[in-house]
Write a protein that binds this ligand. Structure first.
Ligand code: ZN
Length: 206
C-alpha cells in the first residue's frame, strides 16, 4: 500500500522523532524519504533537526534529486534516489548516523564488505529466515562527492541483487531501504544492534 504525500509526511515526521529518541540523528544529521505513486520522492529538506520536523520540512524531488517545489534538497538526496532506482521494492529510506554503525565502519578500514551471520537479528533483513544466513553489507569511504558515491552504490546493487537494501558510509552513517517506513526503521534498528555486537566482539578479540 502506498501513501499519499500527506500520509508520507506524517510517517516521516514520526520516524524522525523515533530516530532522534535513540540519538541517531544528532544535530541536523540524517535524512528520511518516501517514494510516492507519481514517481517523485518526499524527502526531508536540508539542514533541519529530524527530531523537530514539521510538515513544511518535507519537500518533493524527482528521481534525479531535482527539487519539484523550490525547496532546497540535501546533498545526500542522491543516496535516496539511487537506491529507489536500484530497488523497486523499496518505498522508504532512512539515512541516519547511529553511533555503533559509524564506529564499526571506522574499525574495519580495509574491508569493503562486512558479512554478518550467526545472529538472530540477521532475520530482520527482508527475506532472511534463519540466523545461519550470511548477510553482506558494503562499506564505502565517505566523500562529499555524492554522484561518485552513488555510482559505487548503484554498481553494488546491480551486481548483488540478493543483498539487502542497506549500506554504510565510513565514519558517516547508515542508509536503509524498506517496503514501508516502519520496515526501514526496524532494519535500521537491527543493523545498529548488529554493529554494536560486532564492536563489542572486536574488543574481546584483542
Ligand atoms: Zn549523513
Amino acid at each position: 500500500m502506498t501513501l499519499s504525500y500527506q500520509q508520507a509526511i506524517g510517517q516521516l515526521l514520526d520516524a524522525g522523532r523515533r530516530l532522534d529518541a535513540r540519538g541517531w540523528v544528532a544535530a541536523t544529521g540524517g535524512n528520511l524519504s518516501y517514494r510516492l505513486d507519481d514517481g517523485s520522492v518526499a524527502i526531508t529538506v536540508s539542514g533541519r533537526h529530524k527530531g523537530d520536523l514539521v510538515a513544511d520540512d518535507i519537500m518533493r524531488v524527482d528521481m534525479n534529486g531535482a527539487s519539484l517545489d523550490g525547496k532546497a534538497p540535501s546533498a545526500e538526496t542522491l543516496l535516496h534516489t539511487g537506491l529507489y532506482r536500484a530497488r523497486p521494492e523499496v518505498n522508504a529510506i532512512l539515512h541516519s548516523h547511529p553511533r555503533a554503525s559509524v564506529l564499526y565502519s571506522l574499525m574495519v578500514p580495509s574491508a569493503v564488505v562486512v558479512t554478518l551471520t550467526g545472529y538472530e537479528f540477521v532475520k530482520a533483513f527482508p527475506g532472511v529466515r534463519t540466523h545461519e544466513a550470511v548477510v553482506a553489507l558494503p562499506i564505502y569511504n565517505n566523500t562529499q562527492d555524492m554522484p561518485a558515491l552513488q555510482r559505487k552504490v548503484d554498481s553494488w546493487f546491480e551486481n548483488n541483487p540478493q543483498a539487502p537494501a542497506v549500506y554504510l558510509v565510513r565514519g558517516h552513517g547508515l542508509t536503509v531501504g524498506g517496503a514501508t517506513v516502519d520496515a526501514a526503521r526496524y532494519t535500521t534498528e537491527a543493523v545498529e544492534e548488529l554493529m554494536a555486537y560486532e564492536l563489542e566482539r572486536s574488543r574481546w578479540a584483542r
